[in-house]
Ligand binder design. Structure first.
Ligand SMILES: *Cc1c(COP(=O)(O)O)cnc(C)c1O
Length: 407
């Protein structure tokens, strides 16, 4: 096999299959009647969307752009789950009329439903409501992602959720048929998902809702042996849901993102140079923090190293700083202490690099790296070529020219 030029992302199909199977099995064993939605924002690589479509996933989208992408890749309107606070009216209508899933989040969407109800008196509309879940109250011992609580969905405590349900119930051909419970948590604990499921039961009971579906959203751990996985989450979720809901009637929807693609994806970089600056050793690599964590929120980069030569003859270095390829001081990834000296040609391979990485890459100094898929038989498929100035220039113009500059 010819060696691939770093830096690049690698998707191992076998690992992806493992997590897809684990998800299917967990949903089948614990509930039976389920829909898997894939969170497109987590990684919208066309190859991946197409692969997951073939595996039976719906596309969970939160913008017109994502919807158009999914539709273009062959997801039917029926196989779309449309979420988020910023919806596009045409897309909203298209998904509803095609029989897809729409979870309302905003005030203006209630107005849209009133309009649609009038416009299509002979159609039946079934919609879901995103519930704003007060995690601090539901699970006081857990740390919420945001101190003030989440900003999405309709709030139960102040009566806004109830008012939305009543407003929709007043329309002759509209039914509140789903609850959307997605809530970001820092801990991704199994307990929180149990509490969210319990809250769905409480709401359905209180407002006497007959639900086609409960959508538990995403936010699970996946691809890590030291953390819970789909089996733990759905056992807990379904234990709570089954107190009130019947799997024969109510579908369980899951919308995983990062948990599905962490195990499968690595980002592979090479050491270019090792520099001594006063008493420090800087290892310069051709990958960057901007490829892995453009938001610069992470301080841990799970990785392994492929050494180009025998390490038993190398010195032990007290401290080496692994640095990225940009000319920014903050582009330092991690420190290696008391370990073998790195040399040009060694490869630093970042693990769990699938979620919120390539989709957040900036066009900063270098453009998007290539993405390769390693099939189960070891063969390599190019899912995306590295971007060049050709892609960068494609919609840019200079004065007095009608075409983009040549490259
Ligand atoms: C982001 C998001 C997901 C996926 O979250 P992960 O943490 O990547 O699993 C699922 N559903 C909704 C509504 C989201 O906003």
């Amino acid at each position: 096999m010819k060696t691939l030029q770093t830096p690049f992302f690698r998707i191992k199909e076998q690992s992806l299959q493992y997590d897809i199977s684990l998800l299917k099995q967990s949903l089948a064993d614990n509930w039976g009647n389920y829909i898997m939605g894939y969170s497109v924002k987590t990684n919208s690589l066309p190859w991946l969307l197409n692969y997951l479509k073939k595996e039976g996933f719906y596309a969970e989208v939160v913008s017109k752009m994502e919807y158009d992408l999914a539709a273009g890749l062959g997801f039917s309107g029926k196989h779309i789950i449309y979420n988020g606070p910023i919806k596009d009216k045409k897309t909203f209508e298209a998904v509803l009329l095609a029989g897809g899933y729409v979870n309302l989040d905003s005030n203006y969407e209630l107005e849209w439903m009133e309009e649609l109800s009038r416009l299509y008196p002979n159609r039946h509309f079934r919609v879901g409501l995103r519930v704003n879940c007060n995690l601090a109250a539901l699970c006081p011992e857990e740390i919420p992602a945001s101190q003030e609580g989440g900003r999405f969905g309709y709030c139960y405590e102040n009566g806004v959720l109830k008012a939305a349900i009543e407003r929709l119930s007043g329309l002759p051909n509209v039914w509140v048929s789903g609850l959307h419970m997605h809530s970001s948590t820092q801990s991704r604990s199994v307990k929180i998902f149990g509490a969210l499921a319990k809250f769905a039961v409480a709401i359905a009971r209180e407002y006497n809702l007959s639900l086609d579906y409960v959508d538990m959203g995403g936010g699970y751990f996946g691809g890590r042996d030291d953390m819970p996985d789909y089996r733990n989450y759905f056992k807990e979720i379904c234990k709570e849901l089954s107190v009130y809901f019947d799997p024969q009637k109510t579908i369980l929807i899951a919308e995983p993102g990062i948990s599905l693609i962490s195990r499968a994806v690595t980002f592979e970089t090479s050491v270019i140079d090792v520099k001594n600056i006063r008493d420090r050793k800087y290892v310069v690599t051709n990958g960057s923090r901007t490829n892995l964590n453009p938001l610069v929120t992470r301080h841990v980069y799970p990785h392994h190293i492929d050494y180009i030569s025998d390490t038993s003859v190398r010195d032990i270095e007290p401290c080496q700083w692994i640095c990225g390829a940009t000319c920014m001081e903050y582009d330092k990834l991690f420190e290696i202490t008391k370990d073998v000296a790195l040399l040009p040609g060694d490869q630093i391979i970042y693990d769990a690099a699938g979620g919120y990485t390539m989709c957040l890459n900036p066009l900063f100094i270098n453009y998007f790296p290539a993405v390769y898929v390693e099939h189960r038989d070891g063969s390599i498929f190019t899912a995306r070529k590295a971007w060049t100035n050709e892609e960068y220039l494609q919609k840019s113009f200079v004065e007095n020219e009608t075409r983009p500059p040549k490259y």
